[in-house]
Design a protein. Structure first.
Length: 294
């Protein structure tokens, strides 16, 4: 079956790598914004009879990214595409994964409903699955959650030594990345504890003391959003006389002044995966996606 890649506004870098790895051409597409802020989508090449890999990250301006994906996917189907597969390296809206307070929208579920109504299948990386254990609990289409653990582990192994480096997860949820990655490459690890007061205030403390002095620390988390979690984790380990603190995240949301905050807290380096286009992207995970789609 013929295949083509449709590149939406937040999918450019990732789609270019995917296209190269899979040898699948990109479809000409016009994306624009009307003067009043409404979105414009037009396919300039034929989608008829094709399987379309539609690449978009729900980041930056996530609401526009989501609507653009919805409009493009529905249009592709109307124009005769055989299947539309959503390649969403970052699946936004997954952190509101329950009704925390009475009357709140359970956004993860509603966004999953919307995507289930425009896509035939979805692929993403390291979705924020904490209270929801599997994407298939909220999606009505096949939805696959890929892992960036291997490329991150390879990056850490290349840059640091297990002899003097500890991998740290800033909260219990991060253990599924930090502890797993550490184990896969034989590094020591520990998981801190976090209390969140609201979206811009968290407290992080060391739960299990280690021989910290003179060690390098690599903090691994899935998302950096406001940057408070990372900054507080840096402060907690710095107090213990560690040598250097390096930060790695999968999804570089970096809202507001997150980057400045993390640097100010004392991060020696900051690296992210290329699931969201960002200046810190140093770990390419497109190979994992290409492998899955082959
Ligand atoms: C929370 O469970 C996530 O794993 C991240 O720790 C969190 O989303 C980071 O958010 P922020 O950068 O706003 O502290």
């Amino acid at each position: 079956m013929p295949k083509a890649i449709a590149v939406l506004s937040k999918g450019k870098g990732f789609a270019a790598k995917l296209s190269g790895k899979l040898g699948i051409k990109k479809l000409p597409l016009k994306l624009d914004v009307f003067p009043d802020g409404e979105l414009y989508v037009r396919f300039l090449g034929s989608v008829k009879g094709k399987t379309i890999y539609m690449v978009q990250s729900l980041s930056g301006a996530p609401n526009n990214a989501l609507l653009e994906l919805f409009l493009a996917a529905r249009t592709a189907k109307e124009l005769g595409a055989k299947k539309v597969f959503g390649i969403l390296p970052y699946l936004g809206y997954m952190r509101q994964d329950k009704r925390f307070k009475a009357g709140e929208c359970f956004s993860a579920k509603e966004v999953a409903w919307l995507l289930s109504n425009c896509l035939d299948r979805l692929y993403t990386f390291d979705a924020h699955l904490h209270r929801i254990k599997s994407l298939n609990k909220i999606f009505r289409i096949p939805a696959k959650n890929l892992s960036s653990a291997k490329p991150i582990a390879a990056y850490i192994k290349k840059k640091f030594s297990s002899k003097n480096t500890v991998i740290v997860g800033p909260d219990i949820e991060s253990s599924q990345w930090a502890a797993k990655i550490a184990k896969s490459i034989g590094f020591e690890s520990t998981i801190l504890r976090k209390k969140r007061f609201h979206s811009r205030k968290v407290k992080v403390h060391v739960h299990k003391e280690l021989e910290w002095k003179g060690k390098n620390v690599v903090i691994v988390d899935d998302i950096v959003s406001s940057g408070h979690t990372m900054a507080e984790a840096i402060k907690a380990v710095k107090k213990r006389g560690v040598k250097e603190v390096h930060c790695i995240c999968i999804h570089a949301v970096f809202s507001e002044d997150a980057l400045r905050k993390i640097r100010k807290a004392g991060a020696k380096s900051i690296a992210s995966c290329n699931t969201i286009p960002h200046a810190t992207n140093k770990i390419d995970v497109s190979g994992e996606m290409a492998e899955e789609l082959r």
